[in-house]
Design a protein around this ligand. Sequence first.
Ligand SMILES: [Ca+2]
Length: 479
Amino acid sequence: MRYKIQILSGLISIVLFACNGAYETKKDLKRPNILLLVADDMGYADLDCYGGISNTPNLNKLAENGLLFTDFYAAAPNCSPSRAGLLTGKSPANIGMYNYRPTNHPMHLMDREETIAEVLQNQGYDTSHFGKWHLGCLPHDPTLNHPQPSDQGFSYSFGTESNAKPSHLNPINFVRNGVKLGKQEGYSCQILATEAITWFDNYHEAENPFFMYVAFHEPHVKVASPSELVQKYAGFPKKYAEYLANIENLDIAVGRIIDYLSEKQLLENTLIIFSSDNGSYRQASNGKLRAEKGSVYEGGIRVPGIIHWPALIKKQSVINEPAGFVDIMPTICDILKVQPFEEEELDGISILSLLKGGKFERKNPLYWYFYRTSPEIAMRVGDVMILGKDNDTIPRTHRFSAADMAYIKNMNLVDYELYDLSKDIGQTENIINEHSKTELYKNLIDDKLREIQLKGYNWEELPESSGPKKVKTEWRVKY
Ligand SMILES: [Ca+2]
């Protein structure tokens, strides 16, 4: 994989863009359009430009003309907490998003949290959401009374509470601006692309900048892909071919949105960010990374990260600096020169200097907390990842429960692992007993757990633990 990235870097070392005078003023760079594209469960090694098998020319092109991050991280190893971290810039555990949110569950992204959409809406942006929400009930439910996309800064919303049902093909559970819709014809990613383009034509005021958040349902199960694409991968087992075609179909949908922006001459000053909400449930999709979705080993949290913004980024670069979801909110605030509502509470930091090709220094290490699998916590300090666990063997249910809440508030770390990711991307050699700074890192991660236990929202009306349980050490959890 690294070999392929190096090739990419070498072949396209300098890509110069013709200057478009309309976007070259400092004023315009402070108000770019922003397109946030998020895949669901796409692994680190799924895209062609990350060494994958699927044909993904549109995302390759974004990477070739922008920045490709080798060490980009989701905010959590599964859907709901990761999306909460993405939209707020805060560690999901600190804002009470501890796990995937099942249907009719009280856990949600609280209205008191400020989202990217709210910041941008206040700055005069036209804001829109397409696809998976997974931050509370959708549409409005008077019993749960969770904030809707419109309460979180999105003027327009077309999507689903969670996954597309019954699959990506002809989904029946879409909601447009609070109104339940019937069956939608086609594949989910293409339905989203069509709706997004329609939104531009019918709802976006040309004089305003826009913020568009497109949260694709692909390639989360249950996978469905067009037969003509599946046939392109006929040499693979049927289920695998369907998966590879699913990645290509998503790439085609991304291409349709990009082509529209290009036709309307909006591409030059649009900041496009592409990533995935967590690692893949397929080991092969995570390349050499250890573990899968649901784990705080690299396979659960390290994801593709591509940033494209021709008005600022003038040449292709591969960025090895660790960055991720929680950095997006502070970066956007930095670009707009606005102060987040609770700046001191943000866990991410602006990476605008990285986008500009300048120096970058992270004050507070990135970290991930997930109580359901072992290890429970990970922290990235430079090239090193330290992980902590309590070696408990309590079986866990799918639904976040009162027993889980009590466990989170009381757990202690008793065992640690340390990996040098610059030499050991697969986390095969635990060097906790050899590293000179082991005690320092142990203290850092112990302190971080205490902070989560102190600050993390305490849900009081959770369901009791029920349903099928899995022993915790089995990290290959399927959602
Ligand atoms: Ca996911």
